[in-house]
Design a protein around this ligand. Structure first.
Ligand code: SF4
Length: 329
């Protein structure tokens, strides 16, 4: 479901160190906890109380004891934090920070597709990747992240079909590793879709002995060239468990390198380049334009102003039941 977003405002340059001090003071005054996804700017990760991937942050959100949560990420993540904490105020720095993957599966289209399958007598369970709106989550049986997908899929009875939404690349990968055929929704992430195989091969040639680590949202041709496939938290654990200094070519949103470098400073991390869809040219790294909308200024502003706020919606109750059963049990 598209959100009725208000336009954000750009303001003049402010010193990052002053902004960090101001945020720290406001965080105490407003009784707030800051959560930041691995894909937001490193300086925001540095001031956050919790950092992580979607699964870790959804779980962290249930442990917050302050009355306010500031969620630095994209809209569906703020929604999940609100769903798990109905009594808390959940603020997001920029309501225009959406997600191309979540947008590729709209609730009304999913409902029509599910109704069609049921009319044909198909028995299925719907598994949604966490990168979906709350309206879509409310129509599903399970919510997965790249960190827990395999374990959840193993819980689905073998006599049921699986409808997997919205990421066709992650769905194909999970189908391969679990051996379960899946009906795949044709969605994809604009960041992971555009990695360049040619540039990955070139980077491997220029960095002998390097390892390619890739997110399962990447297309099959990138995963086939990878030495390790896993979500962001698994990636972080993988590089931490590698003692020998190594060059890693990283095929996921480029800001992830900040968290990897902090966790395992003995290694060298190089972002795998993507291809700009507008011009066909290769860009130096792959940034998510939605995650990039989070800035220190906007974190300060939302703490100071108490908005933009994620407001409770009726369908959050159904989404909550699915999220709790999937992520907390
Ligand atoms: S990197 Fe892709 S999946 Fe993640 S928030 Fe950005 S558009 Fe969505």
């Amino acid at each position: 479901m598209s959100q009725p977003f208000a336009a954000d405002t750009e303001t003049d340059y402010e010193d990052p160190l002053d902004l960090m001090d101001e945020i720290d003071q406001l965080r105490r005054e407003k009784d707030a906890t800051i959560l930041a996804h691995f894909y937001v700017d490193g300086e925001i990760q540095d001031i956050a109380d919790f950092t992580g991937d979607s699964l870790k942050l959804a779980r962290d959100a249930t442990r917050v004891t302050t009355s306010t949560i500031v969620f630095c990420g994209v809209h569906f993540m703020g929604e999940s934090a609100k769903i798990m904490n109905p009594e808390k105020t959940v603020l997001i720095p920029d309501p225009l920070a959406g997600c191309s993957l979540a947008e590729s599966c709209q609730a009304d289209e999913l409902k029509a597709f599910q109704d069609g399958l049921r009319a044909d007598g198909r028995r299925f369970e719907t598994v949604a990747y966490i990168n979906t709106s709350a309206a879509v989550k409310s129509l599903c049986d399970w919510i997965v992240t790249s960190g827990n997908a395999q374990e959840i899929i193993d819980r689905i009875p073998a006599d049921r079909e699986i409808l997997f939404v919205p990421d066709r690349h992650l769905g194909r990968y999970l189908s391969e590793v679990t051996g379960r055929p899946m009906i795949l929704w044709p969605g994809s992430c604009m960041v992971h879709e555009i990695f360049s195989v040619q540039d990955l091969l070139r980077a491997r040639r220029s960095n002998p002995g390097s390892q390619v680590i890739a997110h399962p949202e990447c297309p099959q041709n990138i995963l086939e060239l990878s030495d390790f496939v896993g979500g962001t938290e698994k990636m972080r654990r993988h590089v931490m468990s590698t003692a020998e200094p190594t060059t890693f070519l990283v095929a996921t949103e480029a800001t992830m390198i900040h968290a990897l470098q902090k966790s395992a400073p003995q290694h060298t991390f190089i972002p795998v380049p993507g291809i700009m869809t507008s011009s066909g040219e290769t860009c130096a790294c792959n940034r998510c334009p939605h995650m990039e909308r989070n800035t220190l200024q906007k974190v300060r502003n939302c703490l100071r102003d108490g908005q933009p706020e994620i407001v409770w919606q009726d369908y959050y109750e159904a989404a909550r039941a699915v999220l709790e059963k999937s992520l907390l049990q």
